[in-house]
Design a protein around this ligand. Structure first.
Ligand code: MRU
Length: 341
């Protein structure tokens, strides 16, 4: 089953909250259902969120009753705004919404707009797989043979339309015959590393070791990790990277231990409007994600909780950023600009 598919006027999603215990496919026929799936992390990971947003807009367009262009576009705009607001950090949602807006034909009634939107969403989905394969080809050279690579959160097939960003690089390196071992952090509080990355890697035949987030410094200091590779939710033009909470800690520890720290992300994750990482909005999630585990209370009632889902790693800790167009290195203000050209 793919992460996300379009079939018979509906979106099929593999519900990532149920993995790895159960493989449940959700049929999404309404854009509000898609917003719920995005907010609940049934689908997650920046590039996959871009595809989900695009199909959410298609579903929103299908539900609008009028065929008159003006009123149709007005109602579609509300749908787009609701979808863009569903998760704030991954810029791929706004990027996909922008692509969908630009795909609207200059003339024509609602039926023609609906059809153009469907076509564009299918292009976004197909392109994502091609982009990940290209990223894999560029990034594989960074991964040494006979090495142990650390990754955090899930930047694999499940975070994209297929193949993955950081895990795509590892898949490409493995396809080249490199002998790799992967260490995956469990990724508190929602365990994307334990539930999703470990699941993907074991299925793909990678030698995989799961560690808790707080073991990273220990293994880096022992020389047991040769490089780190992660994905990204938003990259500023100076190379600052927002990614899953804990990424910053890993990057600083990698730097301290002279271990290269790589980021793999498509250019759709680079935000040209963001000069530095300081202004990247950081999603704050429900306190229950920290005080409970699957409904079981693990902290006392009344305790204060902070639950930012992402952090920003300053560009000085990042050895290289892999995109579908090549490998960018410092100074990122120049190298990332070239990625757009
Ligand atoms: O909260 P999530 O699971 O959506 O967070 C996902 C991440 O932080 C990923 O590392 C990032 O989106 C890169 S996905 C290729």
């Amino acid at each position: 089953m793919n992460t996300i598919e379009w079939a018979n006027g509906k979106v099929l999603l593999l519900d990532q909250t149920r993995l790895p215990a159960e493989q449940v496919v959700l049929e999404i026929g309404d854009y509000r259902q898609m917003i719920e799936a995005i907010k609940m992390l049934r689908i997650r990971g920046a590039p996959a969120l871009g595809v989900a947003a695009a199909y959410g807009i298609v579903l929103g367009g299908q539900a609008i009753r009028t065929d008159d262009r003006g009123p149709f576009l007005e109602q579609l705009d509300t749908v787009v705004q609701e979808i863009v607001a569903s998760r704030p950090t991954a810029v791929n949602i706004a990027w996909a919404a922008d692509r969908m807006r630009r795909a609207i034909p200059q003339t024509g009634q609602a039926s023609e707009i609906r059809s153009a939107l469907s076509t564009e969403a299918a292009v976004i989905l197909a392109e994502d797989i091609t982009i990940n394969t290209a990223m894999g080809a560029h990034g594989a050279a960074l991964i040494p043979d006979q090495s142990t690579v650390l990754t955090h959160c899930n930047a694999g097939s499940l975070a994209t339309a297929g193949f993955g960003t950081a895990l795509g690089v590892l898949r490409a390196a493995k396809e080249q015959g490199k002998d790799l071992k992967v260490m995956a952090t469990e990724t508190r509080p929602l365990l994307q590393g334990a539930r999703l990355t470990a699941w993907e890697l074991v299925q793909d035949g990678f030698s995989t070791t799961l560690i808790t987030d707080s073991m990273v410094g220990h293994f880096l200091s022992l020389g047991r990790i040769d490089c780190v590779i992660v994905g990204a939710d938003r990259i500023a033009m100076n190379g600052d990277v927002a990614n899953k909470i804990g990424t910053y800690t890993i990057a600083v520890l990698a730097h301290e231990n002279n271990v290269p720290f790589y980021v793999a992300a498509p250019t759709s994750t680079i935000d040209p409007a963001m000069e530095t990482g300081d202004a990247i909005p950081i999603e704050e999630r429900a306190p229950e994600e920290v005080t409970q585990f699957r409904g079981i209370q693990t902290a006392p009632e009344g305790v204060g909780v902070a639950n930012p889902a992402f952090d920003v790693t300053p560009h000085r800790y990042i050895s290289a950023i892999v995109t579908e167009h090549g490998v960018a290195r410092s100074p990122y203000t120049e190298s990332l600009r070239l990625m757009f050209q």
